[in-house]
Design a protein around this ligand. Sequence first.
Ligand code: FES
Length: 156
Amino acid sequence: METAKVDVIIEKYNGEASSLLAIMQDVQDEANYLPREAVEYISKKLDVPVARIYSMATFYESFHLEPRGKNICTVCMGTACHVRGAERLVEQLERDLDVSSGGTTKDGLFSIEEVNCVGACALGPLLIVNGEYHGNQTTNSVSKLIKKMKKNEGGE
Ligand code: FES
């Protein structure tokens, strides 16, 4: 991530160390994860130790320290979704994207992630694609959605 982009984000919060969490969140929104160079840059600009930034990133589980795909496919593995077949959705995604859950495709276009209940149990089994909820999914509907997304990305 270019430092100029990090600068814009830091500027938005007037360079205040008290806004560190918001700055980290904005950087992640921009890059899809928290790049090491960005962490080091923020540390220097805000005069906050790198270790503190990493400890916050680890404490708030919503932060990702490894690169993630352009498109994030998240399956809810909470109890309600699980009993309605969430596991099968994960397996279908793994087959269609040829990557294991928790991983990112080689072309960097897709990541598969799992979360615990997000509070939309009535929609289970639930697939969240780039933050958009797709309820009552089946292996078939997941496959169709992935096919469409691959096409939009200029693939098969
Ligand atoms: S268990 Fe999936 S939204 Fe609650």
